[in-house]
Design a protein around this ligand. Structure first.
Ligand code: ATP
Ligand code: PRP
Ligand code: NIO
Length: 477
């Protein structure tokens, strides 16, 4: 049985409840639509891999407030008794549309929308962002690291250096969505049905009187799983020769060794020399695993210099997204529904980049007819017919020149899907990983490279652009 995340109803910023309490007294019957989107991709990449929807849904459907929560709220002396009564009998009534986990998504596109009573939709902002921002950040980092590894398996090794237990557990899940093949984190492996993997620590080797004896004892206990850590004393003079001795003994007993792990020093030089030694001894199939503060930059450099590496173990730089540790996904009001009328909302800001896209929207991935490769995305108002031709669109990037284009001969695939909250079944993480790889496969190659990727165009329809302009003008009056 799958273990669920603990209830996090109070994982919120106080102001969500201060506003909700105020809305209860003012706009109690208003419905709202909020969009989750981000403006900047970590590591200057071109897309984010969305992850965390399963945990968002688990949290929202079980959102409730027990007696101790209510008495805590009472003690704050901020909230009206009507509001506290509502919390006591709380049932989440909002509808959610979201892109499936594993979808690559671009700046300004709503990747999740929440529609329902204003009070409720406001209350869940912090929790929704907390979950989506974390898992999407790590899935995005994992995609980069796995892209650099060019298909070689990457084991997630980060539990000891993650920022606390939840980052380790949900980070491991996100790392698999982004491309990792296994995790050393046993809790995450059990919870999410991920293969648990690992080798040994230096302490195993140090604990014995000699390196050779430590290897022999390991081989005796795990004859079918002998990956020996060869860098405790001296990789080429001691570690690899001792590993070869043990592999020969194992071979005599009919077992095939797994290989070696190198965790320090010049990995390029050491793996080449170790590969030669293993091959000279006839152990062509013994795999070389490396670790030590690896990330996409180091992995790219190692593979460029021809390092014969079969597997990577990646911890701290992945689980903390060390080189770019923030995904600033935001939660913005797109519309209010009052007395059956939809009123689009816009946040105007000093910076053009921060002006929001008003109204209830849908997003589409666009393909030329007959092509499996997408050329752009499109943000449209929810009542627009997309797929008919021709369609007037404009680049949604606030820094673009703002020229209108006419799209012809395209196919549009809608990305936001309504989530059935009562019968939501999350996919297996490996299914999500496969889906992620398929979806990335549909994007232009230039958008995927690690350095200076080409910006992928996200259009908005003329109608949406006009609405934004109209509201901007109105706000200036
Ligand atoms: N040939 C290489 N090309 C690029 N980066 C490398 C190469 N070999 C190792 N590295 C990376 O360089 C960094 C070296 O870090 P550091 O100096 O801490 O390692 P170290 O010398 O093995 O020390 P320690 O034993 O403390 O880990 C690591 O991130 C490692 O993965
Ligand atoms: O470098 P990372 O990408 O985070 O990968 C995980 C690191 O954790 C271990 O080191 P540690 O020194 O904690 O323990 P050890 O004695 O097993 O090497 C392992 O040997 C890796 O170096
Ligand atoms: O199993 C391993 O080799 C491992 C696990 C966690 C961290 N470093 C290495």
């Amino acid at each position: 049985m799958e273990v669920k995340m603990k209830s996090l109803s109070l994982l919120t910023d106080l102001y969500e409840y201060s506003m909700a309490n105020g809305f209860e007294q003012n706009l109690v019957n208003d419905q709202a639509v909020f969009d989750v989107f981000f403006r900047k991709v970590p590591d200057d990449g071109s897309f984010v891999i969305v992850a965390g929807l399963q945990q968002v849904v688990e949290q929202l459907v079980q959102l409730h407030f027990n007696d101790s929560d209510i008495s805590y709220f009472k003690g704050l002396n901020l909230f009206d008794s009507k509001f506290l009564n509502m919390l006591q009998n709380f049932e989440f009534e909002c509808r959610i549309n979201a892109v499936p986990e594993g979808t690559p998504i671009f700046p300004r596109e709503p990747l999740l929308t929440i529609e329902g009573p204003l009070i409720q939709a406001q209350m869940v902002e912090t929790l929704v962002l907390n979950i989506l921002n974390h898992q999407s950040l790590i899935a995005t980092k994992s995609r980069r690291i796995n892209f650099a590894a060019q298909g070689r398996p990457v084991m997630e090794f980060g539990a000891r250096r993650a920022q606390g237990p939840d980052s380790a557990i949900f980070g491991a899940r996100a790392a698999v969505i982004g491309g990792c093949s296994s995790t050393s984190n046993v809790y995450a492996a059990k919870q999410f049905n991920i293969p648990a993997a690992g080798t040994m620590a230096h302490s195993w080797i140090e604990a014995f009187d000699s390196e050779l004896e430590s290897f022999q004892q390991w081989a005796r206990i795990y004859p079918e799983n002998t990956a020996l850590l060869v860098d405790t004393y001296n990789v080429l003079e001691s570690g690899v020769p001792n590993a070869i001795k043990v592999f020969k003994e194992l071979k005599g007993e009919g077992h095939a060794p797994i290989g070696i792990r190198i965790d320090s020093g010049d990995i390029g030089y050491l793996t080449k020399a170790a590969r030669k030694m293993l091959d000279d001894a006839g152990f062509y199939d013994a795999k070389i695993t490396v670790s030590n503060a690896l990330d996409e930059r180091v992995i790219t450099s190692l593979l460029q210099e021809g390092a014969p590496i079969d597997n990577f173990g990646v911890g701290e730089k992945l689980i903390t997204s060390a080189s770019s540790p923030v995904l600033s996904g935001v939660y913005k009001l797109a519309a209010i529904e009052r007395n059956g009328k939809v009123i689009p909302k816009l946040k105007v800001s000093g910076s053009r980049e921060k002006v929001t896209l008003p109204g209830i929207k849908k997003i589409y991935r666009l393909y030329k007819i007959g092509s499996a490769q997408s050329f752009a995305d499109l943000i449209a108002l929810n009542y627009e017919e997309i797929g008919g031709e021709p369609l007037s669109v404009i680049d949604s990037d606030p820094l673009s020149v703002g020229k209108m284009h006419v799209l012809r001969g395209y196919r549009a695939e809608e990305l936001l899907k309504e989530i059935n909250l009562t019968h939501f079944r999350s996919n297996d993480v490996f299914k999500i990983k496969d889906y992620c790889q398929t979806e990335i496969g549909k994007l232009p190659d230039e958008t995927k490279r690690l350095t200076n990727p080409n910006r992928y165009t996200v259009y908005m329809t003329e109608k949406l652009a006009n609405l934004q302009q109209r509201l901007l003008k109105k706000s200036a009056n």
